[in-house]
Structures are given as structure tokens and as C-alpha cells.
Design a protein. Structure first.
Length: 86
């Protein structure tokens, strides 16, 4: 999933809400970022968790585009109800 933020934004955390069922999560999620929408750089890999997956980046990051990849799928199809940036 790729999200265009409309302009470059600074953030250091991405929260993925998997919806009320909470079982549609990936076992491993990779967060990639880009300024131009073409050249994506991975900045964080984390295990997915039920209901809410939190990806905390140590260094604040500037990006216009964020990409979330299920690098290790879970038992159920991946479900994303909401994505929050902090």
C-alpha cells in the first residue's frame, strides 16, 4: 500500500489499525519512504500485531510518500482500516 501525503511531512511513527476483527495483520511489515514517489528506501521493519501495529522510527523522517509492505503475510488476508502518522 502506498500513500501520497500531498506534501513532504516529518514523522517518526506510523500506526496501522487493522479494524475491529484484528486478525488481518501481517507477521512482518516493512515501512518504506520516498520524496518523489519513485525511489523508495526502507527505513523500518517490524513484526505485525493484532488489531494495531505500531512502527516507531528512531530518527524523525521527511517523506511525501510512505509505502507499507507485508513482507511476511499472516494467516488471514491483510486488513488496513486506518493509517496514522505521528
Amino acid at each position: 500500500m502506498t500513500i501520497d501525503l500531498g506534501k513532504s511531512c516529518m514523522f517518526n511513527m506510523v500506526v496501522i489499525d487493522h479494524g475491529p476483527g484484528g486478525t488481518g495483520y501481517a507477521h512482518q511489515v516493512t515501512l518504506l519512504v520516498s520524496i518523489d514517489g519513485t525511489d523508495f528506501q526502507p527505513i523500518h521493519v517490524s513484526p505485525g500485531t493484532r488489531r494495531i501495529t505500531t512502527l516507531s522510527v528512531i530518527t524523525p523522517t521527511l517523506a511525501r510518500y510512505i509505502r507499507l509492505e507485508a513482507t511476511e503475510p499472516g494467516a488471514q488476508p491483510w486488513s488496513i482500516a486506518e493509517v496514522y502518522l505521528y
